[in-house]
Ligand binder design. Sequence first.
Ligand code: ADP
Length: 692
Amino acid sequence: MIRSSVTNEGGVSPGAKQLLWLLAIGLGVVYLAAAYAGIYLTRHAGNIASLWPPNAIMLAVLLGWPSLPRLPAFASCALANMLANILHADPLPTALGFTLANMIEVGIPLVFVHWMGCGKGYVSDLNSTLILALGVLIGVAVASPIGAAVVTLAYGAPWSDIVATWLAADLAGMLIFAPPILCFGSDRNRKPLLTVPARSRREWALVGSAFIASFVIVFVSQDYASPYLFIPVLLWLAARFGPALTVIACTAIAVTASAATIGGGWDIFGLSDRGIREQILDLQIFIAVAVVSFLPLAILFRERDDLFAKLKAREERYSLMVRGSGAGIWTWEAATDQLLWSDRLKEIVGISDDDFEPDVSSFMSRLHPDDHVNVLEARRRHLSEREPYDIECRLRREDGSYIWIHNRGQAVWNESGEATRMAGSAEDITARKVAEAERAQYACELERSNQELDDFAYIASHDLKEPLRAIYNHAGFLLEDYSDRLEEDGKKRLHRLIELSQRMECLIADLLHYARLGRNDQSTEIIDLNTVISDIEGNFAETLQERNARIVVATPLPHVTGHHPHMTAIFQNLISNGIKYNDTQEKIIEIGLVPSEKEGSGNDAPTIYVRDNGIGIPDQFRDDVFLIFKRLNSEKAYGPGTGAGLSFVRKIVECLDGNIWLTSAPSEGTTFFLTLPPGKTSPQADAGDQAA
Ligand code: ADP
């Protein structure tokens, strides 16, 4: 509850603050009760403290609940200490002296654990437990001479005797009562000590019987050697049942033994002639030693169990990863020169014998002869120069066939720089290698067939042009030399023949151009589209004026990557089509950048649009217009053309891994969209450039 009311910023809400103050005062009340009982027992046993629990309670609460305000907690406990002494008829100065000693005894371990860096003060791991025990020892060692001095001054008792009993009683009290309280500490992130490992019912029954039996034997027989019977039971609890049960068992023994000793009915080590003071001292030392020995032991066992569980889980994860990856795993020990192969690796190599143990020479003998040198060199470079061991090589399978494996590894080196061990993975990449080889072959064949096509297109067009020229020339001659003998219709037909042969030449030229587009490696560069458009605008100045057309650049255009003449060809084609297939009085060609959905990077392929207010393209021809020689409109209505322009545009765009499409509404206009590879400069930067 207290934790949940702590605000995110680390502050505490006012309600929770009040509650914490109340709890701090409540701690004082508990301290008063424990101190009153402690003093009562001391007086009852002839002024000898058997156990002193209040300081342990105070220390454990302050460590386990760090959000409790320290100052009010200290003040209320100090007041409680004084009150308890006064209630037992101590004069005020004596009560003050006792209070001072007790507060020092709690203050020192508190400061010590913080100073040693285990602020939570938990007894959940061995280090913090030992630090806490050390802090307690220092605190009690400093406080006991002061407390003893107060006793000597007030009651005249021998100082050295009192120092010993104060020290032993407070130490035992701290060690007995602080750990169980700390088990309930407010830090839920740490595994509470109360967690008891799952054990079989039989084991619970056995350990319980052993504990009860030793209890009965020790307290009934009262044999001086019998307290040692607790040791095997505590050891059992520590090893198998965790710190919580160990501490609880120690507390049960301590409380019972104290009660029996104070009652005078029991002498722990059978040396009754030594008197009650010595008996209690023996008891306290026994209790302190038991707790100091078995609590760390229990923690150590639990840490070991946790570690085993973690290791097991990790091993399971690793083996799952290895199995999931499909790669074979290997390790190599330098000292023995032995290799260890995972089952998967054996499977890759086609070995079915589970007991098969490879060594380096058997691995080398499986290597393809052509890969020997490379593998040895890669291994040498890794082991001596520490370069990554990453090599592709061929390995002979059991059936004699070769497979390609991708072999990667990592060595570890000792202080003198010698590799002691190496481990790695081997992945079967045969399928990839075969695909690569096939791809390379296809690429080679494609290159050859392209070359052949190129030659064919050149020869064909060249050869086609020859007779075409001859037809053109002969028609010309006929017109020149026989015009007086030809009728009008004959002349008209000869003119048409010349026109058609010219058109045929254009078509052949376009076909050749189309075949060659994107074939020869064109050097690419970063091109500023704003410059491309303004150049085209310059070239088209007269046409624009004649046709009453204008080009509008609606947004700053980006830089793109491409071949400059090709980029000019794209936009020239689209702009000239926009003017050509346009019946409106004022022809407008608008060019702009489509805003990117993914803002920011500027590295995505920009989409540019070219919009006209022309005749539009019917929906069913949206794809056809990109086919070579496809024309939708008559030459008479919209002027000449071969129908190759848009096919050039598409081919250039696709060679740049771009895309082109259009939207259109008949009589309203057409918008072409094209994505082009980005240039290094982002559109935003371009916009900045333009603004400047
Ligand atoms: P060409 O202009 O030489 O005919 P294109 O390949 O450039 O060849 O265009 C193919 C056909 O697509 C054109 O004949 C025309 O019918 C149609 N077309 C192209 N651009 C437009 C446009 N902006 N508006 C309307 N129709 C167009």
